[in-house]
Design a protein around this ligand. Structure first.
Ligand code: GDG
Length: 464
């Protein structure tokens, strides 16, 4: 197999821990294979008034066996491509939130396309003939088409980290045909779940009249693409190892000492409207209202790492969370007990396993999620002799694999509260049995399995 070239919007040093599923997973995969990781530097450069949008400067840096190559974006490109189109249109629509999509800013689609062209122009000279190119996520859907347009003939795969909604939701995007047609420039397109794959199959057949060509292959626009589900995983051993480190142990002991007589419930998320955080807090409020034995005892620690704060919907969510948290703490809090500990900051990754292990219940209740790695990290961090219980949304991709969790509909806050109550009272033998099965599955389909399967399938996908 040739060198691996991974491309994603953001690039992170794989030796450091970052908050965000894609960076965590791709970093783990690249640490093993080595290669080139290309993307935006995270830096926005201002252009002189009246000047043409900047042609981003290329930076290269070595991080162990991985070369990081990044480009800067000018303000206009960043706002149109990243904030406007990727996070203002594609993110909400792909998470089934047509109500939050801003379709009016038509110029943003052109800028999205222009930045994909810029990435193609900057990446092409770095490529070698035998490279296997692996492009990630919704920011870069048209990148393979742009690379092909300037003569790249290497194998190119694409993995979508977020859900793919059903055809009639996708069809709400102006120029959705252009976007989906771009997927046919890839040799392999990977999705998180079978549900997403099924939506893709239905879309291309109904909207693009693609012909199914046997299992996993579709032909349209004079090209054949292979499409398959590859549920992303975590590095179970790495997370368990992190759990044996000093910060995790200190966190575990501090939480156990502080909450010796209490029950900890835990949520760890980016502050994003897809994660169902207001609904989760309302479910917790119902737990306190309807099962009063939990008052002075059940404590929800909610870590909400700041994310995309310059997009309006995220600022609204932040205010909503502060309002609900304040209301619950005001109504139920006592001098020596606060029901919700809400932390709107990023927590060190080294502390997370300790926090997971100290918590009796994890609440992973997104309204929609491609996969959700926190669900898997929680299971990996538990003591198998006395494990906690995972309450998991049926709308997370992870629910397809993690059937032994307590699956809930996060919109049904009363039912979620009942599931939390059930989790809090689950007998040890049942907790052990559920945890054992979950751990076995997340071990079998870990992050190395995910990247290995994807790259092996890509190597076999001679589509043309
Ligand atoms: C996207 C898709 C898909 C969270 N808060 C902190 C922190 N985290 C870490 C978690 C976990 C990662 O960030 C979040 O991953 P998720 O999978 O839960 O969610 P997204 O960021 O939305 O990721 C998702 C994923 O891509 C991978 O394909 O599963 O569906 O939306 O690892 O532990 N890490 C630190 N501090 C925090 O405060 N250090």
């Amino acid at each position: 197999m040739g060198r691996l070239v991974a491309v994603s919007n953001r690039v992170a040093d794989p030796r450091n821990a970052s908050a965000g599923g894609l960076a965590v997973a791709l970093g783990e995969a690249l640490k093993v294979t080595g290669g080139l990781w290309f993307g935006w530097s995270g830096k926005v450069v201002e252009t002189a008034q009246g000047g043409t949008p900047g042609e981003g400067e290329l930076h290269q840096q070595q991080a162990g066996n991985v070369t990081l190559a990044t480009v800067d974006l000018c303000r206009e490109d960043h706002d149109g491509y990243y904030l406007g189109y990727s996070n203002g249109v594609l993110w909400p629509v792909f998470h089934y939130r047509l109500d939050l999509a801003d379709f009016d800013a038509g110029q943003n689609l052109n800028i999205y396309r222009r930045v994909n062209q810029l990435f193609a122009r900057k990446l092409a000279p770095l490529l070698e003939p035998d490279d296997e190119i692996w492009i990630h996520d919704y920011h870069l859907i048209p990148l393979a088409a742009e690379l092909r347009a300037i003569g790249c003939s290497q194998r190119i795969g694409f993995f979508l980290h977020i859900p793919l909604p059903p055809p009639l939701i996708l069809a709400a995007i102006p120029q959705h045909e252009w976007l989906m047609r771009a997927l046919f420039a890839y040799d392999l397109v990977g999705f998180q779940s079978h549900a997403d794959l099924e939506h893709f199959g239905r879309y291309v057949q109904s909207e693009a009249r693609a012909e199914p060509m046997g299992e996993h292959r579709y032909r349209a626009f004079h090209r054949t693409v292979r499409a398959q589900a590859f549920p992303i995983g975590i590095d179970v051993d790495e997370f368990a190892e992190l759990g044996r480190g000093p910060e995790a142990r200190e966190t575990y002991e501090m939480m156990m000492a502080q909450y010796a007589r209490r029950r900890l419930l835990l949520g760890i998320d980016r502050l994003d409207y897809s994660k169902g955080l207001p609904q989760r807090l309302k479910a917790f409020q119902i737990l306190l209202a309807e099962y009063p034995e939990n008052r002075m005892s059940a404590t929800l620690v909610q870590i909400a790492a700041p994310s995309r704060e310059s997009v309006d919907a995220y600022a609204d969510l932040r205010r909503e969370m502060e309002g609900i948290t304040g209301a619950i703490n005001g109504r139920y809090g006592e001098l020596d007990w606060m029901p919700v500990r809400y932390i709107h900051r990023t927590t060190s990754r080294r502390r997370l396993p300790g926090l997971c292990r100290a918590s009796r219940v994890a609440l992973v209740t997104p309204l929609r999620d491609g996969m959700n790695l926190v669900a898997k990290e929680y299971v990996a961090a538990q003591d198998p002799a006395d494990p906690g219980v995972l309450v998991l949304s049926r709308f997370a991709g992870a629910a397809e694999q993690m059937k032994e969790a307590l699956l809930v509909n996060p919109y049904d806050t009363r039912a979620t509260a009942q599931a939390v109550q059930q989790a809090l009272h689950m007998p040890l033998a049942e907790r052990q049995a559920r945890h054992g099965k979950l751990l076995e599955r997340i071990r079998a389909q870990d992050v190395h399995w995910w990247s290995g399967e994807f790259l092996r399938t890509l190597a076999e996908s001679d589509c043309g």
